[in-house]
Design a protein around this ligand. Structure first.
Ligand code: ADP
Length: 397
């Protein structure tokens, strides 16, 4: 157990010797130090923390009351017991008013002395415990405050994400909706004219394109919602990637006027994939290639085999991505969709690459990009040919 340090102050050498001896005989767990003047005591108090101070009031030079005032000022938590002459009640009252913990009358009764000192030490111990509890409470309050700040920050961030997403969805939906409404109004007018049918046919093509855009937007939002709620499941089957890529390319050609070519290493490249999801990822890369390329610039889809991997690449001749922008684009994959970096007017919801990356990674593959500013871009889905991971199985574990 720790010993309690006590300081005894008296300019009477006889008492300064007798009291520590008496204390060591009758009280355990205390370590007594002595000072023969208030000045010496002050220096010691500055260097050392005492659990109690016992001091005579009447001393030459600085007296016990002055010492008490100094202790009260600098160490109010340290109890001070003052000793006063027999019958000197006026001084005793002054001592108590000055903040003394207790007083003792001379000649000192040993039992009174031990009892007063024990109470003082007990009080000091209680004060220390309270101090520690107070500090622990303050730390706890601080930690709580930081947690609340953090949570508030996260809440605000998620609201910002939702708000940003909402405003982008609104922004994306407005043009096709306006266009579709305009087209239906035109249908009515054209139906009443002689050349109505041909015009209607052209408008129907436009309407189909707008509907396709909305359908893709809906798909992107739907799959993002599945990813965010950990409900995206893969249903992998042994699929011929050549056929899969060709059908996506054909579908894309049917809905756009793009100069799109498909090159495959072979007629057959079998892989264990979810054909729907991989088609979706490829479609996203294709629509980016189209979106970020000059009009009628050619786009090439290639399928190759490299060791145990299949590589589906989409190459465009668009502006490419500057080297310094690349990490930014990759980092964007890991962002919460919706909180977006500065985007150009042609940019969409910022979900295309996020979705493609997630799908490819859930197949145990990776999405790679090679691009140079002014020199086009190649986005590649690298997929293992061996069995892909079944997310349903992963999630049920
Ligand atoms: P969005 O196209 O909706 O903005 P994406 O996730 O599909 O979102 O793309 C993120 C960003 O990556 C785009 O805003 C664009 O800056 C860049 N990017 C993607 N594909 C291409 C590409 N083929 N050529 C140039 N930049 C591209």
């Amino acid at each position: 157990m720790d010993t309690a340090p006590i300081l005894l102050v008296d300019d009477d050498p006889a008492l300064l010797q007798a009291l520590p001896r008496m204390l060591s005989l009758r009280m355990s767990g205390v370590e007594v130090q002595t000072a023969d003047s208030a000045q010496v005591a002050l220096t010691m108090i500055e260097r050392h923390e005492y659990d109690a101070i016992v001091s005579d009031i009447k001393m030459s030079g600085m007296d016990g009351l002055d010492l008490l005032a100094k202790v009260q000022e600098h160490h109010p938590e340290t109890p001070v017991v003052l000793i006063t002459g027999h019958g000197d009640h006026g001084l005793a009252i002054q001592a108590l008013r000055g903040g003394a913990y207790d007083y003792l009358l001379k000649p000192i009764d040993r039992d009174d002395f031990i009892a007063a000192l024990s109470r003082a030490l007990h009080t000091r111990q209680l004060r220390r415990q309270i101090e520690m509890q107070q500090q622990a409470l303050e730390r706890h309050a601080l930690a709580l405050e930081q947690q609340v700040k953090q949570l508030t920050h996260e809440l605000v961030a998620s609201n910002v994400a939702n708000d940003a997403m909402l405003s982008m969805v609104t922004h994306e939906l407005a043009p096709p909706l306006m266009s579709l409404m305009g087209i239906t109004q035109l249908f009515n007018v054209q139906l009443q004219r002689a050349d109505g049918i041909e015009k209607m046919r052209q408008n129907l093509v436009k309407a189909e394109r707008d509907l396709r855009r909305m359908e893709m937007l809906h798909q992107d939002l739907q799959i993002t919602s599945l990813i965010r709620t950990n409900r995206l499941s893969l249903h992998c089957t042994s699929s011929n990637l050549v056929e899969l890529c060709r059908s996506v390319v054909d579908e894309y050609l049917a809905s756009t006027d793009v100069a799109l070519t498909f090159e495959a290493c072979d007629d057959h490249l079998q892989a264990e994939v979810d054909p729907g999801r991989i088609s979706q990822a490829l479609m996203n890369l294709l629509s980016n290639a189209y979106k970020y390329s000059p009009e009628r610039a050619s786009i090439t889809v290639t399928l190759q085999r490299s060791g145990g991997e299949a590589i589906i690449s989409v190459r465009d001749l668009g502006p490419g991505i500057a080297a310094e922008q690349l990490p930014h684009i990759w980092e964007q994959f890991y962002r919460v969709p919706g909180i977006e970096v500065q985007r150009g007017s042609s940019a969409g919801l910022g979900l295309g690459l996020y979705i493609a990356r997630t799908i490819v990674e859930q197949h145990g593959g990776r999405l790679e990009v090679q691009s140079q500013a002014g020199n086009g871009s190649t986005f590649s889905m690298v997929l293992p040919l061996a069995a892909g991971r079944d997310l349903d199985a992963d999630q049920s574990q």
